[in-house]
Design a protein around this ligand. Structure first.
Ligand code: EPZ
Length: 417
C-alpha cells in the first residue's frame, strides 16, 4: 500500500495549479442523470472519488467519457437501472446524490443507505424527508432506501431545520423536474451548490435565489445537455495556503478564488499568513511568525469544516494558543492524537480543542481515517524535524490530485513510497 514520506524543514516556493472542486464535481456528475443528452464537465480533477461516481453512473446505464487527458468528462445515456448497490455506496457517501435525480427521472429508485463514517453518524434523514414532502413514498428495508413516486414528484415548500449541503443538492436536483414550484429555505449556499445551480440553469432549469439560503425552483418538463466548467476547489486552495503557512515561503495558487475562502483568509491573516489576489490566482506568504488564532467551523460563508484539520496543524506550531471548535461533525478531531504523536500539544474537550503551539514538531509514522485528517498530517510533516511517513494514502487520493508532485514542485522533500 502506498505511503507518503516527507522530510520536513524546507520552505515552499513556486506555483500550484488548483483544479475543479471534488465536492462540486460529484453532484454535477449526478446531474448528468437528469437528461439523456450530454453534460460535458471541464476543469475536472483526477481523483479516486470521481472514478467511483463514474462506476455508479455506469451501473445506472449512463456512460462517462473522459477527454483532454481526463480534464473533461462527457456524461450521457439513458437510465436503464435505478439500483445504487451497497458495494459502490459504501465506498463513497456522495452516492446518495443519485436518489433525487433517479426519482425525478424514473419515478423510482433503490439506493443503499450510506451508513456512518469516520467523522460522524451522517444520517440522510433530511434528504428523505424532503423527497417525501415532494410526494415520494419511502421505505427503509434491508439497508436500502426504496423510493417511489408513481404520479411524479411535485413541488413543495421545504424548510431545512439546519444547513445540509447534500440534502440541498439532492432536493434542488429533484425540484428541477418536479411539477410546480419548490422553495428550499435555510438551504446551504456553499460555492459548490451555486456551481450545481448554475449548471442546472445551463441545462434548462428555472432557479432563483442562487447563492442565497432560499432557492426557488419552477419545475420544467425536461432538461437538456450543457457544457460546464467546475468551480476551483476552495478546500484544495486552503490546504496549500496552510502548507505555505506551516512550511514558510511564498506559493502562488493558480486559478484559485479568494471570494470563496474569505473566512479562512481572515483566520490566516490573523495567524500571520497573507493571502492576496494576483492576475492568475492567489499569492500566499508567511510573513513572520505564526500566532495562535481561535476559529469555529460553520456552514458557508463561515470557516469550512473541511479546513479544520489543516488549520489545526498550522496552529500546532504557532506562538500562543488556539481554540478550535467543530460545529458540523461530531467526531472530526481524529488528527489531534496523531499530531500529538508528532509533538503537538492538543487537548480535545467535546467539540473544542485547545492547541498550545510548540516550537517544532518531530517526524513520526502517522495515519488518519479521513481525507482532511490525512492531509493535515502531510502539512505537519512539512514542518516537522526528520521523517514523517503518512500511511493510508488512499484517503488522500480520494480528494487531492498528486499532492506529492504539487508540493515537491515547490521544494518540499516528499515522495510516494
Ligand atoms: C458535504 O457533506 C461534503 N461532501 C463534506 O466534505 C463536507 O464536510 C460537508 O458537506 C460539510 O460542508 C460532499 O460535498 C461530497 P452535510 P454532506 O449534509 O453533504 C448532518 C470532505 O472532506 N445531517 O452538510 O454529507 C450531518 O451528519 C467532505 O470533502 C443530518 O443530520 O454534509 C452533519 O453533521 C467530508 N441529516 C451536518 O448535517 C441529513 O440528512 C452537515 O452535513 C444530512 C446531514
Amino acid at each position: 500500500m502506498d505511503r507518503i514520506l516527507i522530510k520536513g524543514g524546507r520552505p515552499l516556493h513556486g506555483e500550484i495549479p488548483i483544479r475543479g472542486a471534488k465536492n462540486a464535481a460529484l453532484p454535477l456528475m449526478t446531474a448528468g442523470l437528469l437528461t439523456d443528452e450530454r453534460l460535458v464537465l471541464s476543469n475536472v480533477p483526477l481523483l479516486a472519488d470521481l472514478h467511483t461516481m463514474g462506476e455508479l453512473l455506469a451501473q445506472h446505464g449512463v456512460a462517462m467519457e473522459p477527454g483532454d487527458g481526463g480534464r473533461t468528462l462527457s456524461i450521457g445515456g439513458r437510465i436503464t437501472n435505478t439500483l445504487a448497490p451497497y458495494d459502490i455506496v459504501r465506498k463513497m457517501r456522495a452516492s446518495i446524490l443519485v436518489l433525487g435525480p433517479l426519482l425525478a427521472r424514473c419515478r423510482e429508485a433503490k439506493v443503499s443507505l450510506p451508513g456512518g463514517c469516520a467523522i460522524g453518524a451522517r444520517p440522510v434523514d433530511l434528504h428523505l424527508k424532503g423527497l417525501e414532502q415532494m410526494g415520494a413514498e419511502i421505505r427503509l428495508e434491508g439497508g436500502y432506501v426504496h423510493a417511489a413516486v408513481p404520479q411524479g414528484l411535485r413541488g413543495a415548500d421545504i424548510v431545512f431545520p439546519f444547513v445540509s449541503v447534500g440534502a440541498t443538492e439532492n432536493l434542488l436536483m429533484a425540484a428541477t423536474l418536479a411539477q410546480g414550484r419548490s422553495v428550499l429555505a435555510n438551504a446551504a449556499r456553499e460555492p459548490e451548490i451555486t456551481d450545481l445551480a448554475d449548471c442546472l440553469v445551463a441545462m434548462g432549469a428555472r432557479i432563483e435565489g442562487i447563492g442565497t439560503d432560499q432557492l426557488v425552483v419552477e419545475g420544467v418538463a425536461s432538461l437538456h445537455g450543457a457544457a460546464h466548467p467546475i468551480v476551483p476547489d476552495r478546500i484544495e486552495t486552503g490546504t496549500y495556503a496552510c502548507a505555505a503557512g506551516i512550511a514558510g515561503g511564498a506559493v502562488t495558487l493558480l486559478g484559485a478564488r479568494l471570494d470563496h475562502m474569505a473566512a479562512l483568509a481572515v483566520a490566516l491573516a490573523e495567524a500571520g499568513v497573507e493571502v492576496s489576489e494576483t492576475a492568475g490566482g492567489l499569492l500566499v506568504r508567511r510573513l513572520n511568525g505564526l500566532h495562535g488564532t481561535d476559529m469555529k467551523t460553520e456552514p458557508y460563508p463561515g470557516f469550512p469544516t473541511d479546513m479544520q484539520a489543516q488549520f489545526m496543524s498550522l496552529m500546532s506550531v504557532a506562538e500562543g494558543a488556539a481554540m478550535i471548535t467543530e460545529t458540523i461533525f461530531e467526531n472530526r478531531f481524529m488528527h489531534a492524537p496523531e499530531l500529538n504523536r508528532m509533538g503537538a500539544r492538543i487537548n480535545v474537550h467535546g467539540s473544542s480543542a485547545i492547541v498550545r503551539g510548540v516550537r517544532a514538531l518531530q517526524g513520526a509514522p502517522v495515519m488518519a481515517t479521513d481525507l482532511r485528517a490525512s492531509v493535515s498530517l502531510v502539512l505537519a510533516g512539512l514542518a516537522a524535524q526528520g521523517e514523517t511517513i503518512v500511511n493510508r494514502v488512499y484517503h488522500l487520493d480520494r480528494g487531492y490530485e498528486s499532492v506529492e508532485r504539487k508540493l515537491g514542485a515547490c521544494g518540499a522533500e516528499i515522495e510516494r513510497i
